[in-house]
Design a protein. Structure first.
Length: 163
């Protein structure tokens, strides 16, 4: 008795996960006119989920668990004094380490990550995402309340702009 009597083999590369039909050149982009959608809206009940996450955060055990995880994940690195560390595949040169370290310190200072990283990471654990607007001139990140983001409109000439 062969397993082929009960199961049939399927070429996994030929079926679309969206429709179950054979792949067509535009199957992944069927919902959009181009590969880059002009409007990102997200899941329809995203705001309701955020309210549910807020109510879950009111539970003392959930709140404590998120705080503990965020605290351990955002501790300062003893090597560079920032909440970030470098992992290199190969041994870096001393110059590379120095340049990258200085740039990391500047970027951390610019965005005030030593103060903000705990809350940012905690919100990523809580909501599953975090929204920022980057100033194109200074490259500073400005935090946006997730409930206030309805959609992001993409104008390739001007970049992404929240509404």
């Amino acid at each position: 008795m062969s397993w082929k009597k009960y199961f049939k083999t399927v070429d996994t590369g030929s079926l679309s996960p969206l429709s179950g039909r054979a792949n067509t050149p535009d199957s992944a982009f069927r919902n959009y006119q181009s590969q880059l959608p002009e409007v990102y809206i997200g899941h329809p009940n995203r705001i309701e989920r955020y309210m549910q996450y807020e109510s879950m955060d009111m539970d003392s055990e959930v709140n404590t668990a998120i705080d503990i995880l965020a605290e351990f994940c955002t501790m300062k690195s003893p090597e560079n004094g920032t909440p970030f560390t470098f992992k290199f595949k190969e041994d870096p040169t001393e110059t590379e380490v120095k340049v990258l370290g200085e740039q990391l310190k500047n970027w951390t200072s610019l965005n005030d990550f030593n103060k903000r990283i705990f809350k940012m990471f905690r919100n990523v654990l809580k909501y599953g995402d975090q929204t920022f607007i980057r100033d194109p001139e200074t490259f500073e990140w400005f935090w946006v309340e997730p409930q206030n983001v309805i959609k992001v409109v993409v104008n390739e000439a001007k970049g992404k702009a929240p509404e």
